[in-house]
Write a protein that binds this ligand. Structure first.
Ligand code: SF4
Ligand code: FE
Length: 482
C-alpha cells in the first residue's frame, strides 16, 4: 500500500532536524506557516498517487521489488517512463502552481544508477550493489529524497582544492574503515526540510587534486551535524499574517535552504562515489540533463498563470478585445512550445548500461534554455493583462475594514456581477506567480535551477554535430571535401 499524504506528513514529524528561519530555531518544521505550504506541495505527490485517474502517471511497478511504487522513486526503464515523468511534472505544476520539490531526488537516484554501474565496470568496487540496496530502502519506505548538488563554490575561477576556504565545496575530511566524515554545504536546496533523505553529489567535473571533493552519498535528513537555514522569499511574511488571500496561492509554495554539513558521518554502505574524480563530470551531466527535463513543472505552473490571466481579463471586462485574445494565444504558444521540449527529450531517450533510460542530452538542454526565457515572457504578458492594480491593490484587511471596505467595493470594481473580492484574489495569485513566493519557482528558479543559462549553452554547443551540418552545406553548394 502506498504512503498517504497524511502518513508522509506524520513521518516528517518524527525527524529530529535542526532548522533555522528568520534567525530562530524552528520547533515544529511541519507546522510552521512559512514552511507548511511547501510541505503541502510535496504531499500532493503522495495524494495524487492514490487517485485512480493518475495511477499510470504517478505510480509504476518497481523492477527491483515487484511492488507498486511512487514514480518519484523509480528508475526509468523505457522512453515511455521518461515521457510519463514529463507529464507527471506538468500535472503537479498545474495543480499546485509552484515547485513541488520532489524531482531532485528522483533525478539523483537515476543519475547514480548510471554512474555506479560505470564505476563498477572498472572492477574492484561495489557501488552499484550499495546503490540498489539503498534504492530498495527508498522505494519500500516511500521516501522523499533531496538531491543536493550545488556547492557554495567561493571564487568561481578556482577549482575546489584551490579555494581560500577548503569547505567552499563539500569534501571528505576523514576516511574511516566504517565510512567517511564530510564537511561543507549545499546551497539553494529545494524541498530540503520536506525530505527524509539527502543525496549528495559533486557539483563540477573534478581533477586528481580534487579527489577529496569527489564524493556522492546519502544520509538521513536528521543525521547529526546537519543544519538547515531556510532562504527568504519575496512576500514570505504574508504567510505569517493568518489565512489572508493576500498570500495569492492559499495552499502551496516551495522553499530552498542552505544545508550545512558540519563533520557528518556517512556509513560505508551509503557512499556511492569516493575519490573517483574522473566520474564526477559524467554524474553532473546525467543529473543536470535529468533535472533539465524535470522543468516540465514550469509548463504546469504556466497553465495556472495563463488561467489566471484569462480570468483577470474577464473580470476586467476586456477578455474579448482582440489584443487580449492575441496575448493569451501568445502565452499558450510559448507554454506549449516548452511542453514540446520536455516531451521530445524524453521520447528521444536511450538505454544506458544497467538498463536505466537517459533523456536526450541535447534536447534536455534546449528545453531548459527555453525555460530560462519563456516563463519571463509569459509573466510579462500576464502583468500586462492584469493591469497596474496588480501592484497597487489594498490588502484583504482593507477590504474587510468598514471604513475602507466600502470605498474598495466601489472603486476596485471591474465587470458588473464579479465580486470585488474575486478580482482581488485573482490579482493576488498573478502577483504571487510573477513577483511573490511562487515567482521564485516560476522565474528565478527557471533561470538558475538545474544550472544557469550558460551551462546549457555549453552543452548545446557540445551536443550538436557541427561537422555533419558543414558537410551537407558544402556538398549542396559544390564545395569539395578535402
Ligand atoms: Fe521539480 Fe520543478 Fe521544483 Fe525542480 S523546480 S524540484 S523540477 S518542481
Ligand atoms: Fe529546481
Amino acid at each position: 500500500m502506498l504512503m498517504t499524504a497524511s502518513q508522509y506528513t506524520n513521518s516528517l514529524r518524527k525527524l529530529n532536524r535542526v532548522v533555522y528561519l528568520f534567525g530562530e530555531k524552528v520547533d515544529s518544521v511541519v507546522d510552521h506557516p512559512v514552511i507548511r505550504p511547501s510541505l503541502n506541495a510535496v504531499a500532493m505527490t503522495y495524494s495524487l498517487a492514490h487517485r485512480p485517474e493518475y495511477q499510470e502517471l504517478m505510480t509504476v511497478t518497481s523492477p527491483l521489488t515487484g511492488r507498486r511504487i511512487n514514480r518519484f522513486t523509480h528508475i526509468h526503464q523505457s522512453t515511455d517512463d521518461l515521457v510519463k515523468k514529463s507529464k507527471m511534472g506538468r500535472l503537479l505544476g498545474s495543480l499546485t502552481g509552484c515547485c513541488f520539490q520532489r524531482c531532485v531526488g528522483m533525478d539523483a537516484l537515476n543519475a547514480l544508477s548510471i554512474t555506479t554501474c560505470a564505476l563498477d565496470a572498472r572492477g574492484g568496487t561495489e557501488y552499484n550493489r550499495r546503490f540498489l540496496k539503498y534504492l530498495e530502502y527508498v522505494q519500500t519506505g516511500f521516501t522523499t529524497c533531496d538531491g543536493a548538488m550545488t556547492d557554495p563554490k567561493g571564487d568561481r575561477s578556482l577549482p575546489p582544492h584551490a579555494q581560500a576556504d577548503p569547505d567552499s565545496y563539500l569534501r571528505i575530511v576523514e576516511r574511516r574503515a566504517d565510512g567517511i566524515v564530510v564537511r561543507g554545504a549545499k546551497a539553494h536546496q529545494t524541498g530540503a526540510v520536506n525530505s527524509h533523505e539527502i543525496i549528495v553529489m559533486p557539483t563540477v567535473a573534478m581533477r586528481e587534486e580534487d579527489r577529496d571533493y569527489a564524493v556522492a552519498f546519502a544520509v538521513p535528513s536528521d543525521a547529526p551535524g546537519i543544519t538547515y537555514i531556510l532562504g527568504r522569499q519575496s512576500c514570505d511574511t504574508r504567510k505569517l499574517e493568518g489565512e489572508t488571500f493576500d498570500r495569492g496561492n492559499l495552499f502551496f509554495g516551495g522553499h530552498e535552504a542552505l544545508i550545512v554539513f558540519d563533520d557528518v558521518f556517512v556509513p560505508q554502505e551509503r557512499v556511492f562515489l569516493c575519490g573517483e574524480h574522473e566520474f564526477t563530470g559524467g554524474l553532473v551531466e546525467q543529473f543536470a540533463s535529468y533535472h533539465r527535463q524535470s522543468y516540465a513543472c514550469k509548463v504546469g505552473v504556466g497553465d495556472v498563470l495563463i488561467g489566471a490571466a484569462q480570468t483577470a481579463a474577464e473580470f476586467n471586462g476586456i477578455a474579448t478585445a482582440s489584443h487580449i485574445r492575441d496575448k493569451i494565444i501568445e502565452m499558450n504558444h510559448l507554454n506549449e512550445t516548452l511542453y514540446c521540449g520536455c516531451i521530445a527529450c524524453a521520447a528521444e531517450g536511450h538505454r544506458e548500461a544497467g538498463g536505466t533510460y537517459m533523456v536526450d542530452t541535447l534536447l534536455a538542454n534546449v528545453h531548459k534554455q527555453n525555460i530560462t526565457r519563456f516563463p519571463y515572457e509569459i509573466a510579462r504578458i500576464a502583468q500586462d493583462i492584469a493591469g497596474g492594480l496588480l501592484v497597487t491593490l489594498p490588502s484583504e484587511k482593507d477590504l474587510k475594514a468598514p471604513e475602507t471596505g466600502r470605498w474598495i467595493e466601489k472603486y476596485c470594481r471591474g465587470k458588473a456581477g464579479i465580486p470585488v473580492e474575486h478580482r482581488m484574489r485573482i490579482l493576488r495569485l498573478i502577483e504571487n506567480l510573477t513577483m511573490g513566493t511562487a515567482a521564485v519557482g516560476y522565474l528565478t528558479e527557471s533561470m538558475h535551477g538545474a544550472g544557469s543559462p550558460q551551462a546549457q549553452r555549453i552543452m548545446i554547443a557540445r551536443g550538436v554535430n557541427m561537422e555533419a551540418k558543414k558537410a551537407v552545406a558544402k556538398r549542396l553548394c559544390g564545395i569539395p571535401e578535402k
